[in-house]
Design a protein around this ligand. Structure first.
Ligand code: PSU
Ligand code: MN
Length: 305
């Protein structure tokens, strides 16, 4: 039994694999659950074009018709964008149900990492990774993204973990799990909407080629598992920290009152924050995912060089 029999490669991805071209995986939960329609589809397509412009080939990943698809077509991206939160949010544990049920499934960071590894893709760009939620000491709400990073050998380029999380706790867990965390052209770990969380990563690298070298060393040395590459949002798109913190408090309060927990909490908070900031957080979200796609493509090219 092998998951590979469930894998379907889009045309562009399939050709890239044949020709040994650099590939960048892209997730789909950010499309279905992370942003409203039509900004989600517009952003997903723009992000693919950025990857192409940097000389790599994009592979947007989702589960469709009982297959893990690496390389969605524009029509499939549009369909998933319209389906929105009615699509299943697919992390590791949800893959069997999504495959057997043949219903549309948007892959999270964890789900996308599994698919990327299967498709032979080493670099993946997203917005923010999941992590330990505030109060995780009591609720145990720690994203499966963290345990996936411990076991699956894919580099994840992100703008950090969202400030809705407990960033200190998230970094502690990544350390325990043996996951390298790199800050790109910064000393601190970024906080998604803002450039700094106040926590240091202890590993700063200033060029895509140095990052590619670190990845190759890790995997050549037999140290399986992922790497977090934290790319602070470009300064001109950084959100005002006070505005974000206020929006987060508001959103967390409402989530608590309504009893929103589990896999619904991240999409719920993102939506509330976008609303509370009058769309400013969405603008930041779009800018950072584009910057991450660009860096991921450069790293993928570096790995192939
Ligand atoms: N970050 C975003 N938008 C998102 C997510 C993260 O900016 O939509 C999604 C990612 O797919 C991530 C998931 O893997 O949320 C984490 O969810 P959970 O905490 O339930 O594991
Ligand atoms: Mn969770």
């Amino acid at each position: 039994m092998n998951l590979e029999r469930y894998l379907f490669l889009g045309e562009e991805v399939s050709a890239a694999r044949r020709n040994g071209r650099p590939l960048v995986a892209l997730e789909s939960t950010i499309i279905s659950h992370g942003m409203p329609y039509p900004e989600n589809v517009k952003t997903a397509l723009a992000v693919e074009d950025i990857v192409r412009a940097r000389g790599a080939v994009p592979a947007t990943i989702a589960i469709l018709g009982g297959k893990i698809v690496a390389g969605l077509s524009p029509a499939e991206i549009d369909e998933l964008g319209k389906t929105g939160q009615s699509a299943a949010k697919v992390s590791r544990r949800d893959i069997p149900a999504a495959l057997a049920g043949k219903k549309p499934g948007a892959t999270t960071v964890a789900g996308t990492m599994i698919a990327a590894q299967l498709a032979g893709i080493e670099v993946f760009a997203t917005g923010g990774i999941g992590g330990a939620h505030r109060g995780a000491q009591h609720t145990f709400d720690i994203s499966a993204d963290l345990s996936e990073l411990a076991r699956t050998s894919v580099a994840v380029v992100c703008a950090g973990a969202k400030a809705i999380l407990d960033i200190g706790l998230t970094l502690e867990i990544l350390e325990t799990l043996g996951v390298p965390v790199i800050s790109y052209r910064a000393d601190d770990f970024p906080a998604f909407y803002t450039r700094s969380s106040g926590f240091k990563t202890g590993c700063r690298l200033d060029s895509p080629i140095e990052i590619a070298r670190l990845l190759r060393c890790k995997w050549d040395a037999g140290l399986a598992g992922g790497v977090v590459i934290a790319n602070p949002v470009p300064a001109e798109f950084e959100a005002d920290p006070a505005m974000i913190e206020k929006a987060i408090s508001l959103a967390l309060g409402e989530a608590d009152k309504l009893g929103v927990t589990g896999k619904r909490i991240t999409p719920y908070l993102l939506e509330k924050i976008a609303h509370a900031t009058g769309g400013k957080s969405l603008e930041t979200n779009i800018a950072l995912i584009k910057a991450n796609a660009s860096l991921a493509a450069e790293i993928a090219c570096g790995l192939g060089a």
